[in-house]
Design a protein around this ligand. Structure first.
Ligand SMILES: NC(=O)c1ccc[n+]([C@@H]2O[C@H](COP(=O)([O-])OP(=O)(O)OC[C@H]3O[C@@H](n4cnc5c(N)ncnc54)[C@H](O)[C@@H]3O)[C@@H](O)[C@H]2O)c1
Length: 414
């Protein structure tokens, strides 16, 4: 594929000089155990087909999300082998076996876990595949519609509350019945980013008395806006790009001590605290768990990066000191219908940014594409850098190490 002066990769014209063929997009059937989402859903495919995009869906790709093959063909997709398509869209990072099905020149879009040490970005680059990691889409207003971390974090935050409610030995709402009055559950959410804010809102809707805590002080207003109280521990650790920085050892000790005292008073604690590229911060110590009332529940959403609670066993539910500690992994996959719908909207928006009249032509002077593309080869990089652009793309050649992850927002979470 040629790169033009503006850094735009133009699709080659047809052999007879005719207009280039519109892009073919392949939707694969996910193979990760427990993964029930699908990268594009019929409603979204209909819009792409209207733009002239050809969509090939692997048989059974929608099965986990209860979408039959016929729902895809009804909107103009065809059922077939998606792997030779010019663009392959996925949810989970591709396995080695899946990468072996790809050839040089193809494009892959999906969660690629750019900050995980064992990610497959190097293998994709070696295969000559151009890969876009949704985790590396910059957190700027224009890219909100493509922000898959946010769309899936919303699902996780919501579902975490349902897990807590179902593990709890107590009601969430206040109940006044002939048999007596039940006090509402007190719910503390530690780490109030996208998932935490959704957890607070959901717990409130269930009737819980909610409190939120974060190390970014600007979150206080957002916490109050969903009817929760703000727990102020006096630590300010706002980092870059809207994320938190890691605390110093002194701050960690101060935070753990203060939380140990605060946590005792809550029936439910939901933790969602993450620092990009770092192990999850330890917020809930074993002593804090011991101090909770028997029957209390902790739901730890940070299990994939080690957990926010000292006693968390990622992927398991354990009971310690009569406190239930649940650490479910990949909660979005447990709500595949809506999680897929939201993710599909994110993927389509990113894809549309790369299409010109239905033809793949990514403009790497666009910050969103430059940041999210994690395997651009050195040649394309050099051509783009020499083109006139005010956008800094120096970060866009990702490596597997933390320091060279494409873009500023890459982090693992699915
Ligand atoms: N396009 C956009 O503008 C856009 C889109 C999505 C999110 N955002 C913003 O990005 C920010 C990060 O959101 P996220 O959900 O990805 O965050 P995240 O998943 O990285 O972390 C979750 C929360 O944990 C908090 N945290 C980290 N260390 C902590 C500690 N030691 N103690 C307590 N809390 C701790 C973080 O401050 C964050 O609020 C938010 O401000 C969010 O509103 C912006």
């Amino acid at each position: 594929m040629e790169t033009t002066q503006s850094g735009v990769d133009a699709a080659p014209p047809g052999d007879d000089g005719s207009a280039p063929q519109t892009t073919r997009v392949g939707v694969v059937r996910e193979t990760n155990p427990g993964e029930r989402r699908v990268a594009l859903v019929p409603k979204i495919i209909a819009g792409l087909v209207k733009q002239g995009v050809q969509v090939v869906v692997e048989a059974g790709a929608g099965q986990g999300a209860l979408i039959p093959d016929t729902a895809f063909t009804e909107v103009g997709a065809v059922i077939g082998d998606p792997w030779p398509a010019e663009v392959v869209v996925k949810v989970a990072p591709p396995s080695d076996a899946e990468i072996a099905k790809l050839s040089a020149g193809q494009t892959v879009i999906g969660f690629l876990a750019p900050r995980n040490a064992d990610n497959k970005i190097g293998a994709l680059r070696d295969a000559g595949v151009r890969a876009f990691a949704v985790e590396a889409i910059p957190r700027i207003s224009r890219a909100q519609v493509m922000d898959a971390l946010s769309s899936q974090a919303n699902v996780s935050g919501y579902k975490a509350v349902l897990v807590a409610a179902s593990e709890s030995t107590r009601f969430f709402p206040m109940l006044t019945t002939a048999a007596g009055t039940v006090k509402p559950a007190t719910v503390l959410v530690l780490g109030v980013g996208v998932a935490g804010l959704q957890a607070l809102a959901t717990a409130k809707r269930l009737g819980g008395r909610t409190t939120g805590y974060d190390v970014r002080p600007e979150v206080a207003d957002q916490v109050r806006s969903v009817g929760a109280q703000w727990l102020d521990l006096g630590i300010d650790a706002a980092g870059e790009g809207g994320y938190a920085r890691e605390l110093t050892d002194e701050e960690k000790a101060q935070q753990q001590q203060a939380l140990e005292n605060a946590i005792k008073g809550f029936d439910v604690v939901i933790t969602t605290a993450l620092v990009p590229g770092r192990p999850a911060p330890r917020l809930v110590t074993a002593a804090a768990v011991e101090g909770m009332k028997p029957g209390s529940v902790i739901v730890d959403l940070a299990g994939e990066t080690g957990g926010n609670c000292e006693l968390t066993k990622p992927g398991e539910t354990v009971v310690v000191h009569d406190v239930t500690i649940a650490s479910p992994l990949n909660l979005p996959a447990t709500m595949p219908e809506h999680a897929s719908e939201l993710y599909a909207k994110n993927i389509a928006a990113l894809l549309e940014l790369m299409l010109v009249d239905g033809v793949l032509a990514p403009d790497f002077t666009d910050q969103v594409l430059a940041d999210s593309c994690v395997t651009r080869d050195a040649e394309a990089e050099a051509k783009t850098d020499s083109a006139e652009t005010s956008v800094d793309t120096t970060d866009s050649t990702a490596d597997t190490s933390d320091s060279s992850v494409a873009g500023s927002a890459g982090k693992e979470q699915g």
